[in-house]
Design a protein around this ligand. Structure first.
Ligand SMILES: Nc1nc2c(c(=O)[nH]1)N(C=O)[C@@H](CNc1ccc(C(=O)N[C@@H](CCC(=O)O)C(=O)O)cc1)CN2
Ligand SMILES: Nc1nc2c(ncn2[C@@H]2O[C@H](COP(=O)(O)OP(=O)(O)OP(=O)(O)O)[C@@H](O)[C@H]2O)c(=O)[nH]1
Length: 467
């Protein structure tokens, strides 16, 4: 997979900008750059120390293409571990293309997606999970996803896995050594220490596997279904939450037939609001389809926000009770937030009555809302945050967000359990050794100590060119 080509690509976004960076990496990066570059100082790039910057011009034949700054990074002290040259040019698309084309005609080839980071991995600058974190970091758009990607890129997760792998590897070797002395019935591997290690690994794996639920939520946002009859104020609430006029607000009941999704970041956590058409039985065929859709959306959501018109409460308390029970029965484990809206229209007496009613409903929270007047919106946001377990995030614990890692962790866990069973049943060393090797294999998948071209191809194909 590793190759000798010197690659070139635009490292900054395509299009015009103040400055653009063109990056070269490979054994000829410095000589190839040198051939097209005239430094102002007259110094030769190849003779400059690593991590130095030089002003000069990119020149083709007699034509000056641009005045540029050239940064030199010398093998192995660079992002990729190879010679790297970065050319900071003026950010016109024309100049960018002219310089890239110049290098393509003169010994470089276009980098493939993620190839710089792939080379960093192959040269041991990053392990696989760190390289994957680079992509996550680039796409992170809120505090939580940024924090997780940053931690992963700095190797928190990798070193935890690598350390366990190393310890396990030690025992594997000792146990395998015992096999060579099978006749003599010796134990090189201290069984007490071995048990301790296996239970420690089990503990760590469990924690990492559990963290995936949190990680997934942080990466993809928490889906919240807003369930309520037409005209109760769903659109108004969404607008208040989003602080913009995205959903349509109207006086005609039933305008929210299609579901509208919108995203909002509250205290660093992404929420995806799913506007639904409510669940009241109706003879209208289109509304009937809406109810089915509503249940589908509830199915996909992690929190249900049941919104109703508080002014209808006095006459319709029983109806609301039925609907709330229906949701609770159908989705007993899904957190339910009951939100009466338009409480600005209630008398103090009515409000009290409403609170008594809501207080009697078990396993749910409620918030009195007047979306139009922005009353209760903050409390609602806080309640939503309350549903998310951000403990792991606050404690700076490793959070797994990558499906591939999750998969390997589950497989490693399975193997470690087999080892545990083996210990409990006093299984012979040769049988245990096989399970240990399997567990080691799955640990190695995460960090990239075990890998293959197809896997690498899949991972780096999702990077952008120039990364
Ligand atoms: N201009 C520029 N900015 C960038 C990058 C880059 O490649 N170029 N990066 C990349 O995407 C990120 C920074 N990451 C980098 C990581 C390592 C090295 C590097 O030169 N490492 C050497 C030297 C370390 C040292 O000075 O001690 C090494 O690891 O040996 C450079 C950038 C973000 N900003
Ligand atoms: N008094 C009062 N009126 C509100 C409040 N929230 C919404 N409304 C009004 O209720 C009406 C319906 O609001 P929408 O936000 O369109 O309701 P919806 O649930 O999205 O309605 P559909 O799209 O028809 O399902 C509008 O006239 C809003 O101005 C509130 O807190 N107080």
């Amino acid at each position: 997979m590793i190759n000798q080509d010197t690659i070139v690509a635009l490292a900054t976004p395509s299009g015009a900008g103040a400055i653009a960076v063109i990056r070269l990496s490979g054994k000829d990066a410095i000589t190839l750059a040198e051939a097209q570059f005239k430094s102002v100082s007259g110094k030769q790039l190849a003779k400059q120390p690593t991590h130095t910057i030089h002003l000069g011009h990119i020149v083709e034949d007699q034509r000056t293409i641009d005045e540029v700054l050239v940064s030199v990074f010398k093998n192995p002290n660079s992002y990729t571990g190879e010679h790297v040259v970065e050319i900071s040019c003026h950010g016109s698309s024309y100049i960018q293309q002219e310089i890239i084309q110049l290098f393509l005609r003169n010994g470089c080839r276009m980098a493939t997606a993620g190839e710089f980071t792939l080379r960093a991995f192959l040269n041991g600058k990053l392990d696989l999970s760190q390289a994957e974190a680079v992509a996550d970091l680039i796409s992170s758009d809120n505090e939580a996803s940024h924090q997780i990607a940053m931690q992963q890129m700095r190797g928190g997760f990798s070193s935890e896995i690598a350390k366990l792998r190393e310890e396990l590897l030690n025992f594997a070797s000792l146990i395998e050594l015992e096999l060579d002395f099978a006749e003599e019935d010796v134990e090189f591997a201290d069984r007490t220490q071995f048990k301790e290690l296996i239970s420690r690994i089990t503990f760590v794996l469990k924690r990492l596997i559990d963290s995936f639920a949190v990680g997934n939520v942080i990466k993809n946002g928490i889906p919240v279904a807003i369930v309520g009859e037409p005209n109760v104020g769903k659109s108004t609430l969404l607008n208040a939450l989003l602080n913009e006029d995205r959903a349509i607000v109207s006086d005609i009941a039933g305008t929210t037939r299609d579901t509208i999704e919108d995203e909002l970041v509250i205290q660093g956590i992404g929420f995806r609001f799913i506007d639904t058409a409510g669940i009241r039985e109706t003879k209208d065929v289109v509304e009937g389809i809406g109810i089915k859709k509503t249940f589908e959306k509830i199915e996909q959501s992690q929190v249900v926000l049941y919104l109703f018109d508080a002014t209808q409460f006095v006459d319709n308390a029983e109806q609301f009770q039925i609907e709330i029970e229906k949701i609770k029965n159908k989705y007993p484990l899904k957190p339910l937030l009951i939100v009466p809206n338009k409480i600005d229209k209630l008398s103090a007496e009515e409000e009290k009555q409403l609170e008594t009613f809501l207080g009697a409903i078990e396993n749910s929270k409620y918030i009195l809302l007047a979306a139009k007047e922005n009353r209760g919106v903050e409390a609602l946001k806080n309640a939503l945050i309350g549903f998310v377990n951000t403990g792991a995030l606050r404690n700076n614990e490793t959070i797994v967000t990558n499906m591939r890692h999750y998969d390997s962790l589950l497989k490693a866990f399975e193997e470690i359990q087999k080892v545990q069973d083996g210990i409990d049943m006093n299984l012979s060393s040769d049988l245990m050794a096989i399970d240990i090797r399997q567990a080691l294999y799955h640990f190695g998948e995460i960090t990239g100590q075990v890998t293959n071209d197809e896997l690498l191809g899949n991972i780096f194909a999702n990077f952008c060119i120039g990364k």
